[in-house]
Write a protein of this length. Structure first.
Length: 535
C-alpha cells in the first residue's frame, strides 16, 4: 500500500513544491547544487544538531573523514600516533576560517575545553546529579610553539581513536573565547562553503564558497531545501528539482528506491552499510526486561525475514546475534537470527509464564511491554507495527509509544533524559559513527554509564569487565580478541537485537559525475563538492 501511494504521489501529482533557482543560475553559468533534507533545522547555526550533521559535509567540517572502505583522511587536520595513546593532529596547511583568520591547533584545544564547560569529559572528570563520575578522556596535551600541532594523550590507548574524530568539529577560538558568542560567530566555519542565508518560511538555506578555503570546489553554491516529509522530498527529486537528498546515517528507503530507480535521469549509488538501520533495544535495568528469558523469548518470537523484506527491502540482510554488521572493525561471525516459536515459549516458561488465552501470564498478570519509537522515522513506524503484530500473535502484548524526536530522546538517551532513561523497549537507528564510537562494537548504546547514549542500560559486572578490556587494547590483535568477546556477550545475553543490516543506497541526478560516498554523510561530503562536474 505504501509503495502504491508513493507511486501515485510521484507520477500523478503535479503540484510545484518550489521554484527551481538551479535552472536560472545554471543559465548564468554558475554551478549550483540543490539538496533536499527532512532534517528539522530551526536556527541554522553551529550547535544545532541537525544543522551540524548537514553542514559536516561541506562547511562545519570534522577533523577527519572515513570512506566506505574504512580509510581515514585528513579534513581539518592530519594525524599520526606511535602507541595509540598519544595522538598528534597537525592543521591542514592553508586552512582558514571563513572570516579570514587562520585555523590553528589552538582551536582544537579550545573546543575540547569549551565542551568540558558544557558537560563533556575531555580534560576534567564530570559528576552528574546522581553522583556518577565520568573520567576525563585525556590526561595531557602539548601544543607546538607554532600552534600548528596538538598532541593529545589519552587516559587509555585507543587504536580506533580516529573513529571519534569523524564527528568532532571545532569552533573558532578567536570568536568564542570572550564568552560573547553571537549568531554570526556560530556561522563562521572552515570548510569549502560558508553560510549565506536562511529563509525559514520557504525552508531554504544557502551556502556560498568560502573564498579562503585552500581548494576551490567545482560547485559554486549549495541550496538546501527543508521538507516536512520524505514523500514530498522524493517527489521533488523525481521531478528534477533536486540533485540529491540527505538524511544523516541513512540512504534512500526501499519503498522510495523502487520508484526512483525507474527514472532514467537518476543514478543509484550504493555502499556497504556500516550503521544499523533498525535496532530493538531492551532496557536491561527495567523490571521485566532485566529478565534474560523475556529478552530471549522476544528474540525468537520475531520473524526477521518479514521485517527484512518489508522494512529493509531487497538490499537488506538478516543480522546476527552479535549485532554489528560485517563491515565493523573487529567483527566476528555469530549465530544468525531466526524465528523459533518453540524456543521462545520455553524461555517464557523458564521465567514462570504460561499462556492463558491469547497472552502469556504470570501470577494472573499478562506479559505486556511498551515499545517506543520515533514517528518521523519511516522504518521505525513500520517496524513497530510489525513487531507488535508478531509479538501479540505469539502471546506478548505490546503497547505502541510513538514519539516526536525530542520526547523520544528524553526517554532513550542518558544525555537528554538526565540519566533517567525510562523506556522498556525502543527502536533505534545506530549511526556508523555510533557503532564505531568510544570502544566500538556499538558499546555506547549498551553501556549504562555512557554519558550520551546508554539506551540498553547494561551495568552487569561481566559486561563492564569486557568493556574495560576492550578499552585497554593496545594492539589490533588485542582489540580483535576483546571485540569478539563483546559480540559473544551480545549473542549470549541479548541486551539488544539488530533487526536487519542493509546497504546504503543513494539517489542523485545522473547528469553529473564525481560523486563520492562518506561512511557517515553519504554523498553529502567535501569530495563530492570539490570534484562534481557535468558528464
Amino acid at each position: 500500500m505504501k509503495k502504491l501511494l508513493l507511486t501515485i504521489l510521484l507520477f500523478t501529482l503535479h503540484l510545484a513544491i518550489f521554484s527551481s533557482p538551479a535552472k536560472e543560475d545554471l543559465n548564468t553559468g554558475k554551478f549550483i547544487v540543490e539538496i533536499g533534507t527532512t532534517a528539522v533545522i530551526e536556527k541554522a547555526e553551529v550547535g544545532e544538531y541537525a544543522y551540524d550533521m548537514l553542514t559536516s559535509g561541506f562547511s562545519n567540517l570534522p577533523l577527519v573523514s572515513k570512506d566506505t572502505n574504512g580509510v581515514y583522511s585528513p579534513l581539518v587536520a592530519s594525524f599520526d600516533t606511535q602507541d595509540s595513546k598519544t595522538w598528534n593532529y597537525e592543521i591542514t596547511p592553508g586552512l582558514t576560517w571563513s572570516d579570514g583568520v587562520e585555523v590553528t591547533a589552538e582551536d582544537i584545544l579550545f573546543t575540547l575545553i569549551y565542551e568540558d564547560q558544557n558537560g563533556s569529559a575531555n580534560f576534567i572528570d564530570q559528576i552528574d546529579s546522581k553522583g556518577k563520575v565520568t573520567e576525563s578522556k585525556y590526561i595531557g596535551y602539548t601544543l607546538s610553539e607554532d600552534k600548528k600541532t596538538l598532541s593529545l594523550v589519552l587516559r587509555d590507548a585507543n587504536i580506533r581513536e580516529l573513529s571519534n574524530m569523524t564527528s568532532f568539529r571545532i569552533v573558532p577560538s578567536h570568536l568564542y573565547s570572550d564568552g560573547d558568542i553571537t549568531i554570526a560567530d556560530k556561522r563562521v566555519t572552515c570548510g569549502p562553503f560558508v553560510f549565506s542565508s536562511f529563509d525559514g518560511l520557504s525552508g531554504t538555506i544557502e551556502f556560498v564558497q568560502n573564498k579562503f578555503y585552500p581548494v576551490k570546489p567545482n560547485v559554486e553554491k549549495i541550496v538546501v531545501h527543508l521538507f516536512g516529509s520524505e514523500d514530498t522530498m522524493y517527489m521533488a527529486l523525481n521531478n528534477g528539482d533536486l540533485d540529491f537528498t540527505f538524511i544523516y546515517n541513512s540512504g534512500v528507503g526501499e519503498n522510495y528506491l523502487d520508484v526512483l530507480k525507474e527514472n532514467n535521469n537518476l543514478e543509484i549509488l550504493s555502499a556497504n552499510g556500516q550503521g544499523i538501520p533498525l535496532v530493538l533495544c531492551f532496557n536491561n535495568s527495567s523490571e521485566k526486561l532485566s529478565d534474560i528469558n523475556i529478552r530471549k523469548a522476544i528474540s525468537y518470537a520475531l520473524d526477521y525475514e518479514v521485517i527484512r523484506k518489508y522494512v529493509g527491502g531487497s538490499g537488506a540482510s538478516i543480522a546476527n546475534r552479535g549485532v554489528v554488521p560485517a563491515s565493523t572493525f573487529g567483527y566476528i561471525e555469530t549465530q544468525k537470527l531466526e524465528q523459533n516459536l518453540s524456543l521462545a515459549a520455553t524461555h517464557l516458561h523458564n521465567s514462570g509464564y504460561e499462556k492463558v488465552g491469547a497472552y502469556y501470564q504470570k501470577d494472573g498478570e499478562v506479559l505486556s511491554l511498551t515499545l517506543s519509537y520515533r514517528l518521523d522515522k519511516t522504518a521505525q513506524v513500520a517496524g513497530a507495527e510489525l513487531i507488535k503484530t508478531q509479538l501479540e500473535t505469539f502471546g506478548i502484548k505490546v503497547n505502541l509509544d510513538g514519539l516526536d524526536s525530542a520526547s523520544y530522546n528524553a526517554k532513550t538517551s542518558n544525555k537528554f533524559s538526565n540519566n533517567n532513561i525510562s523506556f522498556e523497549m525502543a527502536l533505534f537507528g545506530f549511526t556508523s559513527a555510533g557503532v564505531e564510537m568510544g570502544s566500538g562494537i556499538a558499546t555506547i548504546y549498551v553501556d549504562k554509564f555512557h554519558n550520551v547514549q546508554g539506551g540498553c542500560q547494561v551495568s552487569d559486572e561481566a559486561f563492564q569487565k569486557l568493556l574495560k578490556e576492550l578499552k585497554s587494547a593496545k594492539t589490533i590483535e588485542e582489540y580483535y580478541l576483546s571485540a569478539a568477546k563483546i559480540q559473544e556477550y551480545y549473542e549470549t545475553n541479548t541486551p539488544l537485537i539488530a533487526l536487519y543490516h542493509d546497504n546504503n543506497n543513494y539517489v542523485a541526478i545522473g547528469e553529473y559525475e564525481g560523486y563520492a560516498i562518506d561512511s557517515l554523510f553519504g554523498i553529502n561530503n567535501v569530495n563530492t563538492y570539490i570534484n562534481l562536474k557535468r558528464k
